[in-house]
Design a protein. Structure first.
Length: 317
């Protein structure tokens, strides 16, 4: 029961935050505290990251007087390659996001995952300094949009000049990061592609901002969940505006999947509950598990298909 309920909490992305306008070696950042239960649910990502053979390094990207703490993961293949900026969800730079950056590097690309909450925590800390989800949520609400853009511009400049980069930079983000990826595409003309995973289109309650979309230079690829009515509500108008503006927008909706499917489908399969001898409670636990399992399979299918698509597009850049 607890596992199923917690999975539901972890897989959801906060409406308010998602809609917000938008030295080397193998060492790892401290685990993100958030709270004990959430940390336990991402322990699988932490363990997978710790077993990676790829070089990981933490760097501080300068943006004026600010420093953006960022994880770089190097591909194992030699030579220069496309760099991919991974923008995290509204939970901050979690173990899963770090693991995803490692998977991007495993696919042959130079990955960098910036902590957009750098400097927003106690004593100038970032995600790992924040004690719980409430603190993380407040830190996101306090983020100035101009700071987000400036930080990402600094990361683009930094990673494009990396010795292992070929100068091409793509950006991919998830949930809150998906919205920021779309918004960043309206503010930076140098990126080669924007990959929006179930993030909102730049705009507000009135809908997509056509004037902002007109500034986009890079192709935008959308990855949307079939069961995500709030995010998907803006898609028809987004498609209409992008077509009128002669911009490349290629959205794919993964039917049956829910918001956050890239993380939900990457997690371990839900474990069936042990019977406790109370028929009513056991029946409810079994039904909850079956629902969780059905959702998991749909999310995993979407995640696997989206991952194949993402890698194929990246390889063609």
């Amino acid at each position: 029961m607890k596992t199923v309920a917690l999975l539901a909490v972890l897989f959801l992305c906060s409406t308010s935050l998602c809609a917000q306008e938008m030295g080397g070696g193998h060492h790892h950042a401290p685990p993100t505290p958030l709270d004990t239960e959430t940390a336990e649910l991402q322990d699988w990502a932490k363990q997978r990251l710790s077993k990676s053979t790829r070089k990981q390094e933490w760097v501080k990207v300068k943006n004026g007087t600010r420093e953006v703490n960022s994880l770089i993961v190097h591909p194992e293949k030699k030579g220069k390659t496309t760099a991919v900026i991974v923008i995290h969800e509204n939970q901050g730079l979690t173990d899963w996001v770090q693991s995803l950056a490692d998977q991007v590097a495993e696919a042959g690309f130079l990955a960098i995952a910036p902590d957009m909450l750098s400097g927003m925590g106690p004593n100038g800390g970032g995600t790992s300094s924040l004690p719980d989800r409430n603190a993380v949520g407040q830190a996101f609400r306090d983020l100035p949009p101009d700071q987000i853009t400036a930080d990402l511009n600094a990361v683009v400049t930094f990673i494009a000049k990396h010795p292992n980069a070929n100068g091409k930079v793509a950006v991919g983000g998830f949930c809150w990061g998906g919205g920021q990826t779309f918004r960043f595409a309206t503010n930076n003309s140098s990126i080669k592609a924007a990959f929006v995973f179930y993030g909102p289109t730049p705009g507000g309650q009135e809908g997509p901002n056509k004037e902002a979309l007109a500034k986009i230079a890079a192709p935008v690829y959308g990855f949307y969940a079939g069961n995500d009515a709030r995010i998907n509500a803006a898609l028809p108008k987004t498609i209409e505006f992008m077509k009128e503006l002669n911009k490349t927008f290629d959205p794919v909706t993964y039917e049956g999947a829910g918001h956050g499917f890239m993380r939900a489908g990457d997690a371990p399969e839900p474990v069936a509950p042990e019977p406790k001898g109370d028929k009513e409670a056991d029946d409810k636990a079994a039904a909850d598990h079956q629902r969780a399992l059905t959702n998991y399979k749909a999310n995993k299918k979407a995640r696997d298909e989206a991952w194949v698509r993402w890698k194929k597009i990246l390889a063609a850049i």
